[in-house]
Design a protein around this ligand. Structure first.
Ligand SMILES: Cc1cc2nc3c(=O)[nH]c(=O)nc-3n(C[C@H](O)[C@H](O)[C@H](O)COP(=O)(O)O)c2cc1C
Length: 259
């Protein structure tokens, strides 16, 4: 409002504007609602479901049949397929736990790239922290959690490298820039600054030109050969269902556990 706008003129305009006359109560309400919303932010840690929430769950859904005691790999594939339909991203993401030379556990996410009766395969830099830890202690635990399905699968087993042919085939299927990235990244070692990484990627792009990018010698896959696989499924009132498969010779024994 400039100096040429006397106060009286402004008040007169407000008073003569029909919209202004009609709006104030709504405007006030709107501001009030905004204020209440700001003051009642959702809690950081969600509250546990109430008795009523559970009762609603129990009455609305037909209870699923108990988990089958057959082939755990088939059951895992079924769960992964279901997760693939609903999870917004990376249904194959899995937490991989290893131990370091002092026996201190270490966990990080990796992507499951194949699964069959032999085990669960992921790919990485073999000189990374996980690679070094697996060299020292070739055993690992995997933990899948599909939040929207309310399911988890835990796998424990010994770890072995995949064959050169398997690693080559998977590496060849990756995007060219990811292939260059595998050459450029000294995974898990200190990076002076972001530019250093980008410079390395550019150097690798120059080095390989338009030709095929071969698999780096320090990049391969690991297979976790399962000794134990546990399936966990959410049930109302925290009375969850747990079924553990354990290797017995070439087959599997099963045990159901208290939740
Ligand atoms: C969803 C998700 C998937 C990932 N997948 C891989 C993977 O397949 N291989 C890999 O080396 N790192 C993957 N990472 C990065 C790792 O979590 C980790 O940062 C990296 O491997 C270095 O781990 P390390 O220092 O324990 O070796 C993934 C991260 C996320 C969040």
């Amino acid at each position: 409002m400039g100096a040429g706008w006397p106060r009286g003129r402004w008040r007169q305009m407000r008073a003569s504007d029909p919209a202004r006359q009609a709006w104030p109560p709504y405007l006030v309400l709107w501001v009030l609602l905004l204020y209440i919303e700001a003051m009642t932010d959702a809690p950081l840690i969600p509250a546990s479901p109430s008795e009523d929430d559970y009762v609603r769950q129990v009455t609305e859904a037909t209870p699923p049949p108990l988990l089958p005691e057959g082939d755990p790999i088939r059951l895992f594939e079924e769960w992964l397929a279901e997760a693939g339909k609903g999870e917004p991203s990376d249904p194959n993401a899995v937490a991989l736990s290893t131990v370091d030379a002092d026996g201190l556990p270490d966990s990080r996410m990796v992507l499951l790239k194949s699964v069959d009766a032999r085990g669960f395969v992921f790919y990485t830099n073999t000189q990374s922290a996980k690679g070094v830890e697996l060299d020292g202690q070739p055993k690992a635990a995997l933990l899948f959690h599909w939040k929207s399905l309310r399911r988890q699968v835990r796998v424990r087993g010994v770890v072995e490298p995949v064959t050169e042919a398997e690693a080559d085939a998977y590496f060849a299927s990756r995007a060219r820039h990811s292939q260059l990235g595998a050459w450029a990244s000294d995974q898990s070692r200190p990076l002076p600054d972001r530019l250093a990484l980008e410079r390395r990627v550019a150097e690798m792009a120059l080095k390989f030109g338009l030709g095929k990018v071969p698999r780096p010698p320090h990049w391969s896959g690991y297979r976790v050969a399962p000794q134990v696989i546990e399936f966990w499924r959410d049930r109302p009132f925290r009375l969850h269902e747990r079924l553990v498969y354990e290797r017995v010779g070439e087959g599997w024994g099963t045990t159901r556990l208290y939740p």
